[in-house]
Design a protein around this ligand. Structure first.
Ligand code: NAD
Length: 381
């Protein structure tokens, strides 16, 4: 039988164990990708009962019991270091909230704790890299690089077949991207976690949610000239910002912590292109409306519904009609983790990881630049 792979899970929440809200569920992908090789050595979570429930469910199922039968439930990385001396993890899936990671502040430094406890362990880290100050993220990046830690960050949209098709056409035709246009219209009716609606806790709609579209924008447009970012918002207390279908008590959130309903931002990339982002909290029900466009001489790529069934519409030179490509059954979470594990196994080179830690910090910086610019503008107008 192939060698088992020891996996350490950090976080017993939705990203690692799934939710009704979306397709994310890293343990399901690990089970599919690794099959009988998967050996989860521990789950670290400060919430022991949530962790126990998650592992109990895995052990209760005959298809997953084997992978989790030795799994220890532990409250901290330090405890894991003591318990796993003879069972070192080769990969850690870091799915704790951003406030617990991405800095060198004790208690908010999961990466540094992991590097110290398990220096040879590869880290797959969820987005956004942190909720702390950006300069602290760079110090973490330095420590990870110094230790030669293999890192991948969970910007899974980069792994979509449609996104890779755009990349290939750009490369094959020597195109220079002229602009990106990201449009993310959220359906808010069933978004009921009060923490999400409090920007001091979630980071707000750009840092927490539109981060995927900011990242995709950077994937095509390159590095952003951060001081060029301009942004405006519709605030919660302005007439166009009244929402009628909220299913939670927003009054419990202090007014200055509440989310803007619409954020519209533009920026200049260092290479000369222009980026645009519109994020809106407006739709009822639970179907989001998301589109992402890339422009270059002779070309317009329009990616529709990247979180659902991605469709790519392409206009090319000399052809008036647009081409349509539909990507049914494309699972970017599977491709992202499969690629990362191939690199861990030495079956693929490191450059197949499409989101490095340093690159993910740059996306984090862009999202904060948008938030800050929008807050400054909101005070002025
Ligand atoms: N890529 C995606 O599409 C996607 C989807 C969902 C979530 N995420 C990201 O995954 C991360 C986690 O989100 P979630 O929805 O699973 O959150 P969650 O609140 O459902 O779960 C987080 C878990 O982490 C635990 N935790 C908190 N602090 C900890 C610490 N210091 N050490 C260990 N465990 C700790 C909590 O007790 C909780 O069980 C976030 O950064 C989120 O943005 C990404």
């Amino acid at each position: 039988m192939a060698q088992p792979l020891n996996v350490l899970l950090i976080g017993a929440g939705e990203i690692n164990f799934g939710s009704v809200e979306g397709p994310w569920n890293h343990t399901l992908r690990l089970e599919k990708i690794l099959g009988p090789r998967l050996r989860v050595v521990a789950l670290v979570d400060i919430d022991a009962s949530r962790a126990k429930a998650a592992i109990d469910a895995k052990v209760a199922s005959p298809t997953t019991a084997g992978a989790y039968s030795d799994c220890k439930i532990l409250p901290t990385v330090a405890e894991a270091a003591r318990s796993l001396r003879s069972d070192l993890p080769q990969v850690a899936i870091v799915g704790a909230p951003p406030f617990a990671r991405g800095t060198d502040v004790p208690g908010r430094d999961l990466e540094l704790q992991l590097v110290e406890a398990f220096p040879r362990c590869a880290l797959f880290i969820e987005k956004p890299v942190s909720s702390g100050p950006e300069d602290a993220c760079w110090r973490v990046a330095e420590a990870l690089a110094k230790n030669s830690t293999l890192v991948g960050v969970g910007y899974m949209l980069r792994y979509l077949q449609a996104v890779q098709m755009i990349k290939t056409i750009i490369a094959d035709n020597g195109l220079v991207v002229m602009g990106t246009n990201a449009r993310y219209v959220m359906a808010y009716e069933w978004a009921r976690k009060p923490a999400w609606w409090d920007k001091t806790r979630s980071g707000g709609p750009i840092v927490e949610q539109a981060t995927h579209f900011c990242d995709l924008s950077r994937y095509f447009g390159g590095d952003v000239n951060l001081p060029s970012v301009v942004a405006h918002t519709v605030q919660h207390n302005e007439p166009p910002g009244q929402l009628s279908a909220k299913r939670f008590d927003e009054d419990a959130i202090p007014p200055e912590h509440r989310l803007p309903r619409l954020t519209s931002a533009t920026w200049k990339y260092k290479g000369g292109a222009v980026g645009t982002l519109t994020h809106v909290i407006a739709l009822h029900g639970n179907t989001y409306d998301t589109e992402f466009e890339v422009y270059a001489d002779g070309y317009r790529f329009k990616l529709v519904d990247p979180y659902g069934t991605p469709k790519l519409y392409i206009r090319r030179p000399g052809i008036a009609e647009e081409e349509e490509h539909i990507f049914a059954n494309d699972d970017p979470f599977h491709t992202e983790l499969g690629t990362f594990l191939d690199v861990v196994d030495g079956k693929a080179s490191k450059d197949r990881i499409l989101s490095s830690y340093e690159d993910a910090i740059k996306t984090y910086e862009l999202t904060w630049a948008i938030r800050r610019a929008s807050e400054t503008a909101a005070e002025a107008y």
